[in-house]
Ligand binder design. Sequence first.
Ligand SMILES: *[C@@H]1O[C@H](CO)[C@@H](O)[C@H](O)[C@H]1NC(C)=O
Ligand SMILES: *[C@@H]1O[C@H](CO)[C@@H](O)[C@H](O)[C@H]1NC(C)=O
Ligand SMILES: *[C@@H]1O[C@H](CO)[C@@H](O)[C@H](O)[C@H]1NC(C)=O
Ligand SMILES: *[C@@H]1O[C@H](CO)[C@@H](O)[C@H](O)[C@H]1NC(C)=O
Length: 693
Amino acid sequence: MRFPSVAISLSLLTAVAEAAVTWTATPFNPAAVPLAVRTPYLSAWLPQGAGTALNDAWPTFWTGSILGWAGYIKVDNTVYNFLGAPSVPGTTTTKAVQKSLTFTATQSTFVLTAGPVDLTVNFLSPVEPTDLVLQSLPFSYLALSAKSNDGQAHSVQVYTDISAEWVTGDNSLTANWTTTTTSNILTHQVQLVSQTQFGEVSDHIQQGSAYYSTASGNGVTYQTGQDTVVRAQFINNGKLANTQDTNFRAVSDNWPVFGFAHDLGSVNAATSPVVISVGHVRDPAIQYIIAGGVLQSRSLYFWSKYSTVASAISFFLGDYSNALSRANSFDAKLNSDSSAISSDYAAITALSVRQAFGATEISISKNSDGSWNTDDVLMFMKEISSDGNTNTVDVIFPAWPIFLYTNPALGKYLLLPLFEYQATGQYPNKWAVHDMGAHYPQAVGHNDGNDEPMPLEESGNMLIMTLSYTQKSNDQSLIKSYSNLLDQWTQYLIQEALIPANQISTDDFAGSLANQTNLAIKGIIGIQAMSEVASLLGDGSRASNYSSIASSYVPQWQQFATASSGDHLTLSYGNSSSWGLSYNLYAEKLLGTKLFPDSVYQMQSAWYPTVARDYGVPLDTRHTYTKSDWSIWTAGIATSTTTRDLFISSVYKYASDGKSSQPLGDWYETVDGSVEGFRARPVVGGHLALLLV
Ligand SMILES: *[C@@H]1O[C@H](CO)[C@@H](O)[C@H](O)[C@H]1NC(C)=O
Ligand SMILES: *[C@@H]1O[C@H](CO)[C@@H](O)[C@H](O)[C@H]1NC(C)=O
Ligand SMILES: *[C@@H]1O[C@H](CO)[C@@H](O)[C@H](O)[C@H]1NC(C)=O
Ligand SMILES: *[C@@H]1O[C@H](CO)[C@@H](O)[C@H](O)[C@H]1NC(C)=O
């Protein structure tokens, strides 16, 4: 009778969890709330699920492993926990009551009631697409502000700490730490004693340091030591002892924590915020293959402006109010552009921004004299969760809309490593490479040619992204420097795109298949993209040749790819009972090519509502799961608002259904809205696709 009893207890748990949502959520309660999400290694979330308050669970890394981050507020003589789930034997605390949760593109804000005081907890992870220094600073803000809710003044102190879990994927390893004051900034720094350059354990980097910082001054105290000791000190005294524990030990050995307390004094009206930064810095950050198999060590871009971590933190904390107003402007612009489509859509794009940028890092190299080479800007992206690959072309591709929307130059910096590497001649295949390396943060290429084989997919992706970058930016540097590679990939597409061999597409989890209708679309658009590139480069004969080849493929493709019933495209040629999301047609909208007849768009737009399930249209007929990124791309080719909104509302319903507590997963079930195996992937940048067409 084991199974029935498990089922009963699970359903009870669900009922309890759902009953627990007592706060207002704007726009909704996401599966996981981004807290400090800026890089693949600074990625802290609240696993929210069906209703987990900020003080109902520990924040977690995107993988789900705990990142100790605790917070208390003392009001008169009562101590309330507001962040994390700490337990301190021998003390009496109560839990603040969450009143609201609001998220925007860059911020997650919680308001909790601690008796007669309301505490606003704002997590700001800046997104600074047009400033490489600001975007590459691997820090995030936590701002705390209190105000009385009963008209009386109250004595208020706030406390937060982080644990050493922020520096490793293996809590049995030994960490060491220091607390220092540099130009009025108090900083706790913690790191592994034994580090591995460019090495990960369970997706955490085993290199570099975590930093927890705040402005020093009257009423600010600090302490490092065992979790229960430091927290008890605050609970009992409302302040810390300004002492350091120098008994360096394993992360999980009497859990060392790094705390700050701030005395807000007598509080009535809302206080100006207490600002704390949390960050993770490593240097060098990226290993990158250049000509001759030489491995170059690259640093995050911010080093070109700040020569020490302390000066970077000092700037970052001092810049808080500017950063907040830039963030508010960014949030407002995205919200207004997205709301022009729908409020559901605005919620989806807001949730996607930190996640997409949080998989990326901007880097530079050094000149031979040791100075920074700021002309050599490369951006790197970790695939996240489906794989740890570096700059996967078919992950950059779905995410591409967010870069075109926020700053096309970022797209160029993401493509450049792929172009530079293949231009060295070290990659042996004639099609475009799948990724820059199997394990982030190593971009060491695939000189053996044994990368995951997606020849049509990646060749088409590179051509489409390169032309769209060139169109948006009016910068011809990529097409001028790499026209030979682009032409080489086009030759491949001319041979292979119309009758695609048995191969995988980006949706590799669905398996390989011959004659995929959607892959052929990508290849044909890729050929047309090269025609336009040739035209921009003044090579009219090549342009007209490729354009006529692409155009001649379209009617043949239509014959192969249209179901015998004439009312939908197939998944694969000749299989009339099959169909799928023909999201690659979105590339036509993006590029403004007009290869495929309107009738194809109208047919697909009419078809999808007839095959929709409760949570959207399946990716294809092989399974009932779908992809949120491709759903929004397909919304972008809909010829009717009804079909467009069907895709949007399906993704919204899934993202807000409370059935997962992981950072948004792009792969999910259309039958019941449950998540499949992916989470936290940058492909959600593709949710911004409708802002470009
Ligand atoms: C931490 O360990 C590293 C590596 O052994 C060492 O270089 C550093 O000085 C140590 N820091 C402290 C504060 O002991
Ligand atoms: C692919 O489609 C073409 C055109 O219909 C057909 O000739 C070929 O046999 C198909 N290949 C496979 C493996 O089904
Ligand atoms: C057009 O391009 C194809 C593929 O590269 C090539 O085989 C053909 O000779 C070209 N035709 C002309 C007229 O240049
Ligand atoms: C046609 O597609 C359906 C759905 O994807 C699949 O179940 C079936 O096996 C396919 N038929 C053939 C002949 O490949």
